[in-house]
Design a protein around this ligand. Sequence first.
Ligand SMILES: N[C@@H](CCC(=O)N[C@@H](CS)C(=O)NCC(=O)O)C(=O)O
Length: 210
Amino acid sequence: MKFYYFDVYGRGEPVRLLLTHAKAEWEDVRVTGPTWQEFKADKDKCKYGQIPVLERDGKYYSQSLAILRYVSGLHGYYPEDLELRFQADELTDLIAEDFAMTIIKKVFFVKDEEEKKQEWNKLLEEHFPKHFGFLEEQLKGNSSHEFLIGDSYTMPDFVLLSTYISHINHPNRKDDLQPILENYPLLKAYYEARTADFKDYLDNLPECSG
Ligand SMILES: N[C@@H](CCC(=O)N[C@@H](CS)C(=O)NCC(=O)O)C(=O)O
């Protein structure tokens, strides 16, 4: 398998984490400049002119969350039970779209520095406490408290872990976010335990802006 994405965490990191945890055979292809223009123009590989794209056995797959579901199914992280599968989908959409993409849209895509600062402060006051609260409740309601669903990794765990890399422990953002996390003890313990599972990966992780 080859996973094509820019040299950022963004929409690609959950898939990278999942394939790493699964010990899958895969190549992390970080597309840049001229390679990107060439790849984007190739409609057989990059159907929608956007990445992430997954290549497997000569086929190309698009859309980050569809790819995530696909590799989750391949590697046993997508529950068979319909109710649990719904929970996995629900949490994945909540974390990937409502929690993480909102941060990107409200802050990273804003060009004006003053406006960016104001939006970031608003996220610190409202967005992070709200989403940390949702996640704390989910962990509280799960008998193991160690994972989002059941007692082992499922798809949304990789999405949540990727928020730690992109935001909560990111050198540019952790001083603002870690004090807020102190109010959510189960979530804090979750991040500590889960990142410990990825120690080697995290020690060798390329530093990206987000
Ligand atoms: N809904 C798509 C969105 C993909 C997307 O917006 N990709 C961005 C990078 S995060 C991209 O390829 N941007 C370059 C471009 O559109 O030319 C997904 O989730 O995969």
